[in-house]
Ligand binder design. Structure first.
Ligand code: HEM
Length: 541
């Protein structure tokens, strides 16, 4: 390979994006590196002549000619910069996705200076990409996450790890929490958290003059989701739903909020070059501070459980427990790897679940007749006052449809990423190994050819008419697909199904006069742009 070619590739490795589904990174890198790359005349990966590569256009007829990235349509760098910096595109990434899909088609490229991202906005092409994945797919470059971990001597977890490290941890965790029956055993633990959620609804309603409204339901669901994930992962209760939250839990919530609220800032942490940190220190400092807080909390809880297990073993007692106990006893992962994994899982599992619960409640309130249909299903399946278990959920297709439909209309991750590990041909274009792909889940979810009356809220579209009926659809894959898909999917579903069933059983969920139409905005995740206030009116017993 020519020296220039090798040099180009080495440079490109450095340019790769840092965080999944976030284009901010690309823009920032573009800003401080574009001048250098211009001077060096470095082409984007795949924009070199195709004839330099293994597949050549001449190999196939002109009609089915494989096109180069150069020929791929897409917005210009300038229009992207204007869109993101002048028009706050960061909070409208989902809308921009739709807009670009309309303008440029199923596959298009976006260039932020030297960084090239190929967006795939078509159900079948997304399926093609994900089905072609190798054994250890890569989502995005995680340099800043890894840098923090190296600096503090910490391990990577499932989100930040790659290659063999990732494979090893994934195979351990897969056996513990991936299958519905593995998490079904946590029904009782989660139901205790749901009891607290219901009690909290009663006490929050009582604080309002109408005796019915819960202000900003996401705050409530955030605490529920955190308590629920922790009950499963740490095997203990944190007290998030209590009137007086314990100090350590409060500190953790602050760390999580800092991570979330300073999202844009922490994105700069990976984008601003190290030599600029003394001049602009805040992003990196906040990034490290958030991680310090998150790790500190996990370490306390993992160590606590470890000490209990050791004491039980010393007393010759049988040790029983859940996922954490299993990890600590089996020692398939080091203690550092366990710290990192529970930290990353808690981070991944709280906002995702709470936003989905907020949207689901909002959609129920907006569609009282659909809420009534779901209530009828719940009442007929469970009978009055029965507390549902995971097994009952299998007999309530509309509850499952409610969650699927909510995630179709409001996919918490509106887009996902992959770095191609082999040369690929997608949608007739040659995509070289090492290209950052953006899979546009938001736009495929709202595509009319994938879902009839796509903007309508119809949980029953997910209900199978008979055993041969297939309602799965690559247009909506909110948990991803394949070997690198969401490991916490079954935990999230259990928490959401049990909570929504009990809320629907107990209350009519109504819009509060304080809330009208709530739009979505992207803030890393797709979240409500303003607080959702809802009334919870007790059903007649
Ligand atoms: C509504 C709730 C949730 C949604 C929509 C969601 C969605 C996703 C998506 C789209 C991915 C990327 C998948 C891919 O790249 O193909 C992911 C990854 C991940 N999620 Fe979730 N998630 C949710 C809840 C949870 C929960 C509760 C946990 C933990 C208990 C969790 C832990 C993780 C982890 C660790 C990964 C990285 C997996 C890996 O790289 O191997 N998630 N999630």
């Amino acid at each position: 390979m020519a020296f220039a070619d090798r040099f180009t590739k080495t440079c490109w490795k450095k340019f790769h994006a840092d965080r999944w589904n976030n284009q901010l990174f690309y823009v920032l890198r573009a800003l401080h590196k574009s001048a250098a790359s211009k001077a060096l005349e470095i082409p984007a990966p795949g924009e070199e002549a195709v004839s330099d590569r293994m597949i050549t256009p001449a190999d196939v007829g002109e009609k089915t000619r494989i096109k180069t990235l150069k020929e791929m349509p897409g917005p210009s760098t300038l229009s992207n910069l204007i869109e993101f910096f002048w028009r706050d595109g960061f909070s409208r990434i989902h809308e921009i996705q739709m807009d670009h899909r309309k303008k440029f088609g199923k596959i298009f490229k976006s260039r932020f200076g030297p960084q090239l991202v190929v967006s795939v906005a078509d159900r079948d092409l997304v399926a093609e990409v994900l089905r072609a994945e190798g054994v250890a797919p890569q989502r995005a470059n995680m340099d800043s996450w890894k840098e923090y971990r190296d600096m503090r001597g910490r391990s990577t977890g499932l989100i930040s790890a790659e290659g063999d490290d990732w494979l090893k941890m994934r195979s351990v965790l897969r056996q513990l929490i991936m299958r519905p029956r593995d998490v079904a055993v946590f029904s009782d633990d989660v139901n205790k958290v749901v009891d607290d959620l219901i009690n909290r609804v009663y006490s929050l309603r009582a604080q309002q003059s109408d005796g019915a409204t819960v202000l900003n339901v996401n705050d409530l669901f955030f605490k529920y989701a955190m308590e629920g994930v922790a009950a499963i992962l740490y095997e203990c209760r944190l007290g998030c739903l209590e009137e007086n939250i314990p100090q350590k839990t409060k500190e953790y919530i602050s760390a999580l909020n800092l991570m979330f609220s300073s999202f844009k800032m922490t994105m700069y942490a990976g984008a601003i070059p190290k030599w600029l940190r003394p001049v602009i220190p805040k992003p990196w400092e906040e990034f490290c501070l958030s991680w310090d807080g998150l790790f500190k909390f996990s370490i306390i809880h993992v160590d606590k459980r470890f000490t209990e297990i050791k004491a039980q073993l010393q007393r010759g007692e049988e040790v029983k427990g859940g996922a954490l106990t299993h990890m600590l006893i089996n020692k398939e992962m080091s203690l550092e790897e366990i710290y990192a994994n529970v930290t990353e899982m808690l981070l991944a599992g709280v906002d995702t679940t709470s936003f989905t619960l907020s949207w689901a409640s909002y959609l129920l309130a907006k569609h009282p007749h659909i809420q009534q249909q779901i209530y009828s299903e719940v009442a007929q399946t469970l009978g009055p006052g029965t507390v549902p278990t995971a097994d009952d959920i299998t007999n309530m297709p509309l509850i499952r449809g409610l969650v699927k439909e909510t995630l179709r209309l409001f996919p918490v991750l509106p887009g996902n990423g992959r770095i191609t590990q082999d040369d690929l041909v997608v949608g007739g274009y040659f995509i070289p190994k090492g290209t950052q792909l953006a899979l546009c889940h938001y736009s495929t979810s709202l595509e009319e050819e994938n879902f009839a009356d796509a903007t309508d809220f119809r949980p029953d579209r997910w209900v199978r008419k008979d055993v041969t009926d297939r309602v799965d659809n690559f247009g909506s894959i909110p948990f991803g697909y394949g070997i690198r898909s969401c490991i916490g999917r079954r935990i999230a579903e259990l928490e959401m199904h049990l909570a929504l069933t009990r809320l629907i059983q107990k209350f009519h969920i109504r819009m509060s006069p304080l809330t009208t139409d709530v739009q979505a905005k992207t803030h890393g995740l797709l979240c409500p742009a303003e607080p959702i206030n809802l009334q919870f009116i007790e059903r007649e017993k």
